[in-house]
Design a protein around this ligand. Structure first.
Ligand SMILES: CC(=O)N[C@H]1[C@@H](OP(=O)(O)OP(=O)(O)OC[C@H]2O[C@@H](n3ccc(=O)[nH]c3=O)[C@H](O)[C@@H]2O)O[C@H](CO)[C@@H](O)[C@@H]1O
Ligand SMILES: C=C(OP(=O)(O)O)C(=O)O
Length: 417
């Protein structure tokens, strides 16, 4: 199992370019099966999840190549509607295939996505919406057999603004007859990127980024080129690394607007943040202050995918901070590991109370999920002595060589296989 070894207390300085977003490229990769053409995706991040999605696409007959951040998918050779179970178990995002496969071939057989570490993550909202749009779903022996009897646009009200359900509905509705309206849709920037990608292949969608998305079904879609938006969570993680380690870093290729909820919290903690066009300068030269209240919420609220990293920062802030996780039921698994490094954190249900300490100390810790793992790396940057973060396969799911990026900025970090 690969590990990261970090010798703490180096300041971070320098510049780094942020790559394309995992949460944008995964639904877009699934969407490539819709058009039966050639899709060229620029700025695609080289991540474990992206490779899992590539394997899925190949397993159903698509031709895929990936070189220098350019992903090419030709879906004209699609030949199967059955998604291999072992690949679906690798990654929850495999359920994004449901919408496009139903639109293109009228059927899909897929197992329930793999278990996850941050809560039960049901897919009931996806299935309810698909049924409303005319899909017959039979659930048996852990598999979902779905058949599009007659795909017809409808008004769908989501009980919760689920990112994945909003995207799956968009993906099936593009080729349905008539108009689909999603009410209480999720507003994340990655949904806007999906809308832009789909519209450029011939779809008629408007409203992404607001709570009402309208999709007018079309008959035919075409292959195209598209550039993936920058990853706001990777940018937020590196910005928080700069804040926790101290120094002055510049992040290039970011959409500052997407990062506002994260930047507001960094500023509240006393960090200097300078915004300029598509770059950000983060400067931190003194012990930061505790941020009294942080609550994770759907966009444009503070992202749950930044909760663990922000908690790592709060462990060494002056004063007491409270972080409430409202999106996922079980996303505090990094807490025990941070405590091993000297953090003072108490958990009560979905609320964490963090009493800032003057310093953390290096320890052997275990990454239990993606963002929790990144939080442990950030804690290691400030800790006295050596930190070993074990089980970093989770981190590789969402960061393209986090160690390399931090090393470039001056961290003493190395990967041991
Ligand atoms: C690939 C991708 O884009 N992943 C992101 C996406 O995940 P994902 O799309 O899975 O997240 P959702 O927005 O769907 O989930 C939010 C909440 O809704 C619940 N829920 C969701 C669907 C459903 O059918 N039933 C249900 O109860 C979930 O269990 C969770 O408690 O948004 C999350 C919330 O911003 C992020 O943490 C993930 O990084
Ligand atoms: C939870 C996350 O991703 P996924 O939905 O792909 O598991 C994440 O990116 O933090």
């Amino acid at each position: 199992m690969s590990k990261l070894l970090i010798r703490g207390r180096n300041k971070l300085n320098g510049q780094i370019r942020i790559g394309g977003a995992k949460n944008a490229v995964l639904p877009i990769l699934a969407a490539t099966v819709l058009n039966g053409g050639e899709n060229i995706l620029f700025d695609s991040p080289d991540l474990r999840d992206v490779h899992s999605m590539i394997e899925i696409l190949r397993s159903i007959g698509c031709k895929v190549s990936f070189e220098n951040s350019v992903l090419t998918v030709n879906s004209s050779t699609l030949s199967s509607h059955e998604i291999p179970e072992h690949l679906v178990r690798e990654m929850r995002s495999s359920i994004f295939l449901m919408g496009p496969m139903l639109g293109r071939c009228g059927k899909i057989k897929i197992s329930y996505p793999g278990g996850c570490e941050i809560g039960p993550r049901p897919i009931d909202l996806h299935l309810k919406a698909l049924r409303e749009l005319g899909v017959k779903i039979t659930e048996a022996h852990g598999f979902l057999e779905c058949e599009a009897i007659k795909l017809e646009g409808k008004e769908i009200h989501l009980d919760y603004p689920s990112v994945g359900a909003t995207e799956n509905i968009m993906l099936v509705a593009v080729l349905a007859k008539g108009i689909t309206k999603i009410r209480n849709a999720a507003k994340e920037p990655e949904i806007v990127d999906l809308q832009n990608y789909l519209n450029r292949m011939g779809a008629k969608i408007r409203g992404a980024g607001t709570s009402e998305i309208i999709i007018e079904g079309v008959d035919k879609l075409y292959g195209l080129e598209h550039k993936i938006i920058p990853d706001r969570i990777v940018a937020g993680t590196i910005a928080t690394a700069g804040a926790i380690a101290g120094g002055e870093i510049i992040l290039n290729n970011v959409v500052v607007d997407h990062m506002k909820p994260i930047l507001l919290k960094l500023k509240e903690a006393g960090c200097w943040v300078f915004e300029k066009n598509n770059s950000l300068k983060i400067k931190s030269s003194q012990r930061l202050k505790a941020v009294e209240m942080t609550k994770t919420l759907p966009y444009p609220g503070f992202p749950t995918d930044m909760q663990a990293q922000f908690m790592a920062l709060m462990t060494i802030a002056r004063g007491t901070s409270i972080i409430t996780e409202t999106v996922f039921e079980n996303r505090f698994k990094h807490v025990d590991e941070l405590i091993r490094m000297g953090a003072k954190i108490k958990i009560d249900g979905r609320v964490a109370v963090i009493q800032g300490v003057k310093k953390l100390t290096g320890a052997k810790v275990f990454a239990k999920d993606l963002r929790g793992g990144a939080a442990l790396v950030l804690a290691g940057l400030t800790a006295e002595g050596t930190t070993i973060v074990d089980n970093i396969k989770h981190i590789d799911r969402g960061y393209e060589q986090l160690d390399k990026m931090l090393k470039e900025l001056g961290a003493d970090i190395k990967r041991i296989d």
